[in-house]
Design a protein around this ligand. Sequence first.
Ligand SMILES: Nc1ncnc2c1ncn2[C@@H]1O[C@H](COP(=O)(O)OP(=O)(O)OP(=O)(O)O)[C@@H](O)[C@H]1O
Length: 337
Amino acid sequence: METVARPEAGQVGVRAEACAVRGLTKSYLVGRGAKATTVEANRGISLDVHPGEVFGLLGPNGAGKSTLVRQLTGLLRPDSGSVEILGHDIVRHPERAAHLLAYLGQESTALDELTVSLAVETTGRLRGLTARQARAVRDELADELGLGPILARPLAKLSGGQRRLACFAAALAGERPVLVLDEPTTGMDPVARRAVWTAVDRRRRELGTTVVLVTHNVIEAETVLDRVAVVDRGQVIACDTPGGLKALVDGDVRLDLVWREDPPLHLPFVAELAGRALANGRRWTVRTAPEQARELVAEVTSGPAFAALDDFSLSTPSLEDVYLLLGGHQVEGWAAS
Ligand SMILES: Nc1ncnc2c1ncn2[C@@H]1O[C@H](COP(=O)(O)OP(=O)(O)OP(=O)(O)O)[C@@H](O)[C@H]1O
């Protein structure tokens, strides 16, 4: 098996970025003949992912996140621009990507006919582990991710969440310095999701693994993310730490009100609030200054409106609020949970 050198500190003057992307563009041709149209999925994306950080890509469905990560992994060739992984030019040498990174894509078809045990073991073997090492890694991952009960079952026969967890385990078999995960927790229950975030955090802390993470689970992922790029319509519209991004909406808090039935619009302050709230069924969301939020909470909890309330909560801004502030369009599929 070909080995690919990992540039060390000092070897190339400055330490290579884990991923360095410059001016990346990628379009798809959709349809045929005269009806063919072009979808510009990535429109000049540049970003650096530093070694050892967990870097998140956030954005609504169709923003271009998967297109971006598939170019990082050498699976998709950019129309223009450059991609370097640990100093290696992945556009010129896409075959090197497999030695430098492990990729969990959105599809699992390649492993579907294998049992979970064999899928993890085989991936480890393909990444250069001996048979004994691959079995040991499989057992460790089974313990770490709670895969014991499904180890002997073929992936094709598992539930969506179980299959996703098995594919995540396979991605971790046979250590790679960079881990690229495209929506790893899709379909998972809370226990499995927590196991994934704990495993990601552990690899960063104990092995110094760099993680590039596409996720819609903004609030959960926030606990492991070092930096975040917000992608919208093929472009990076912001890139910073979660704290740095949230400072953009600092000062405001978010008040969520859930009405039992119809909101009591005959109450003047509720009628006034209706004009400012983002309504989603029975849930109203209002962004407001903290002092005003206190007054609003006092009013809804002490007056006649309280009887009409099912639930309410006051929270500090989330990355979702940042995204909305930055001009991202709210679409189905962009969820904060
Ligand atoms: N193989 C393809 N052929 C044609 N168009 C495509 C193809 N793959 C993606 N697209 C289009 O490119 C755009 C970006 O898609 P992409 O999958 O990169 O977005 P995404 O941010 O990963 O979305 P999601 O959150 O839904 O996974 C979308 O408009 C999508 O419809």
